[in-house]
Design a protein around this ligand. Structure first.
Ligand code: PMP
Length: 417
């Protein structure tokens, strides 16, 4: 056989990689919105876009002590690989924390994850076959849609506040592809709406899950940040009361320290039945072995000494910011714009007059008013929400929030106040 030393180079299409990606990558594309939001770093722009914690709340001094202690007293452990379940003292703290929240948990019910975002990915990986259905709110957390979409599901819409659709209607919708596999919900101060599921809606959701025999994935990212009103029982606490034990519960709870301590340590957890945790540990092993041990040690140090104080400080600060935004909306926005009044968390959700586009408003807001936010459509699995926007008050100072809302409202000048 003749050996061709210099074979002609194949002519690839404009992009070598594009035709080679796996099918699951089709849904993972950078959006135009993200490109536009890169402009928010320009000086003078007031951003309601990010939804990221206020860095003034970070426990920098205590974190420095925690890392120094880990390195001087326990470097051999701190810098080593570790078990996939997590660092035992942190697991114990989390199990006690869950117990305080009404879910009697033992260490075997907990898996430490790299933020709750990793929990979303792991649960999607464990449960979703291509074309299975994930039932989600519309709108819902964009990062959950991104995590699940890698597993090529279909989506259907939850509506527990309206009493749900019939279980049969969900089964019929799913039958065209696969099975209905999970319901996902952010029950407290949701991203993106800031709204909280009332007790009745929580019960409706659990009843639907029971009728469909599917797990509920409860994302509690903002639960600790309640400014006012009575705390509601978590879906997991309600379900444990129904089932008799956590091991018999069908709710999977995702917790995180990102909004209460600091997101940079990348630490969250999954609390669920022991059987499910054992399967998820295998996924953790295959994915990244373990969460950084030194970060888990530092987190243990921080939560053991400061958890309640950190939560208290976050609540006080974000409450002032929420009030600044609500007050400014009331003072400046035209009557045809409506918005939510969250009792906690980091977000207000505004609905613009019918026919107005959140995406077009963002273009104008950035270029004409120096204000950024996230158009609501990104949070809808079904392409809805064209006339909605998400406003986060977490990062700007109160006076910037007032100025930002004033500038934003100037874009509505044609509308009656
Ligand atoms: N769930 C929700 C509802 C969120 O808003 C976020 C982040 N903003 C996450 C999960 C992921 O957060 P983390 O991975 O930092 O815990």
């Amino acid at each position: 056989m003749a050996i061709v030393l210099n074979p002609p180079k194949p002519r690839y299409s404009r992009d070598f990689w594009e035709p080679r990606y796996a099918r699951r990558a089709e849904r993972m594309k950078a959006s135009e919105i993200r490109e536009l939001l890169k402009l928010v770093d320009r000086p003078g722009v007031i951003s309601f876009a990010g939804g990221i914690p206020d860095p003034r709340l970070f426990p920098a001094e205590e974190a420095a002590k925690a890392y120094a202690a880990a390195l001087s007293c326990s470097a051999a452990t701190a810098l080593q690989y570790s078990v996939s379940e997590g660092y035992a003292p942190l697991i114990h703290w989390i199990a006690a924390h869950m117990t305080r929240l009404g879910v009697p948990a033992s260490p075997e019910n907990i898996l430490v994850t790299a933020g709750s975002q990793q929990g979303l990915d792991f649960v999607g990986k464990l449960l979703l076959n291509p074309n299975d259905t994930a039932v989600v709110a519309a709108p819902t957390y964009l990062g959950a849609l991104q995590a699940f979409s890698a597993y090529e599901p279909r989506y259907d819409t939850l509506c527990p506040e309206q009493g749900n659709r019939t279980p049969q209607s969900y089964q019929d919708e799913a039958a065209a592809g696969g099975e209905t596999k999970l319901a996902y919900v952010v029950p407290d101060f949701a991203n993106p709406t800031g709204e909280t599921l009332p007790l009745e809606a929580r019960r409706n959701l659990l009843a639907l899950a029971e009728a469909l025999a599917i797990p509920v994935l409860e994302d509690s990212a903002y639960h600790a940040l309640r400014f006012e009103g009575a705390t509601l029982p978590s879906l997991q606490a309600l379900d444990v009361a129904r089932a008799g034990s956590l091991d018999a519960s069908r709710v999977v709870y995702l917790g995180t320290f990102s909004k209460t301590v600091a997101p940079g340590l990348r630490i969250g957890w999954i609390c669920a039945s022991r059987g499910l945790i054992r399967r998820l540990v295998l996924i953790k092993q295959a994915s990244d072995l373990n969460v950084s041990v030194i970060n888990q040690m530092a987190m243990t140090h921080l939560v053991e000494r400061q958890y309640d104080a950190l939560v208290g400080a976050a609540i006080a600060r974000y409450r002032v910011k929420r009030d600044a935004m609500l007050g400014a909306l009331e003072a400046h926005m035209p009557g045809s714009v409506r918005w939510t009044r969250p009792e906690g968390g980091l977000f207000i959700w505004a609905t613009l007059p019918q026919g107005m586009s959140g995406e077009e408003l963002l273009q104008r807001a950035i270029h004409e008013a120096g204000v950024a936010f996230v158009p609501g459509r990104a949070f809808f699995h079904d392409g809805g929400g064209a006339n909605t926007i998400r406003l986060s008050y977490s990062l700007p100072e109160p006076h910037e929030i007032v100025e930002g809302v004033r500038r934003l409202s100037s874009l509505f000048q044609a509308l009656p106040k």
